[in-house]
Ligand binder design. Sequence first.
Ligand code: FAD
Length: 408
Amino acid sequence: MARSIIIGAGMVGLATAWHLQEHGVSVTVVDRAGVAADASWGNAGWLAPGKTIPLADSSVWTYGPKALVDPNAALHIPLRMDPALWSFLARFAAHGTQRAWERAMAALAPINAIALECFDELRAGGVDAWTREGAFVIGFAAFRDARPFLREIEGVKRHGLPATLTRIERPADACPVLSDKVQLAYHLEGQRFIEPAAYLHALAESVVARGGVIRTDAEVTAVEGGQHPAALLADGSRLDADSVVVSTGAHLPRLTRRFGVRTRVQAGRGYSFTVATDEPVTRPLYLPKQRIACTPVQGRLRIAGTMEFRGADDPLQQRRIESIVNQARALLRGVDLDDRRDEWVGSRPVTPDGLPLVGATRAPGVYVGGGHGMWGIVLGPATGKLLARQIATGVVDPIIAPFDPLRG
Ligand SMILES: Cc1cc2nc3c(=O)[nH]c(=O)nc-3n(C[C@H](O)[C@H](O)[C@H](O)COP(=O)(O)OP(=O)(O)OC[C@H]3O[C@@H](n4cnc5c(N)ncnc54)[C@H](O)[C@@H]3O)c2cc1C
């Protein structure tokens, strides 16, 4: 029986492990910290093909300068000398054109189109966790604030994805936490959401129930390819297999650079916390101008936002949480923003061109899966499915061909 080591127990690593099992491969998943230990924990849990778009667009040219000086800006870049970060930012900004957006969107649309059915497949295969349907509520304090969002939705539809918007007559009635400062609101149909940590643990349990091993005490320091692929652990031990999959999220470049994966993956750190609400909230809410995403989690409301380009292992910056609170205060009611739980920071794995890295490296037997930026939860199961097929059969599905990790 073929054996595979998967490094990283986030959405991408676990989904890849699950699908390798479908091909009869024996899997060991290793993580340095736990199941859903990084970005796959406190995220917004949106399975929203209508919002799964490239991160860089022409607005980076206005957001960028603000990000350096305005502590409340949704995008934050610490002002310090970090040549690697500045080189990433230069490449990222170079993709902030309409042409680059259309190119990236064309590459993302096919995987987006199969994203939701891949969740159904996991469910049918025994993953005991729900995905919930229901229109998302989108709110704006002013009519002019809606323009960039409406342009994005037009772009998504142009690429054939479902994103039906319906105007809501009385915004405050659409969602119990929307304040009367919100003048304009829409329902966005055709999307779903999950509770990320619960979902990831159910996926991990399914991998184990099918004979897989998950080790959450194992930091991988190096990977070997060729005739004897292996993961080398910090404790000096070595795990041999027929293939190794590196799915370490924002830490992805470290283990794979020497195998020709040159694309830089930068941590785009996001923050979240949960609050109690006076009335139950049953569906996600998005405030696009403030870039704040709210999702019901365990009877509370998770409020998530900001994009901070900083080291993946840097400590949580309390100032970023306060910035979300400041932005949200005027637009939300019936929530106590000062009584927060589960304050969290996680690192979105961001690539300059907005496309993930999925496929074989130059070293035989070594593969990568990751770099999905803002959308690794919704795209994780589809990625895992197609990457597992490539590992088990050698067939590169055209859907993941544009995500070749050896690209320029
Ligand atoms: C605030 C916020 C909101 C978001 N909202 C959404 C959303 O609504 N929908 C969506 O689709 N996406 C969302 N995302 C993005 C999504 O969370 C990520 O794209 C996704 O979780 C990445 O999954 P991953 O498996 O690639 O990486 P991760 O989940 O980061 O997993 C990587 C794992 O690798 C492990 N690891 C790293 N290095 C090593 C090593 N050397 N040895 C062993 N283990 C290692 C880590 O411990 C970690 O568990 C959001 C992100 C943030 C921050």
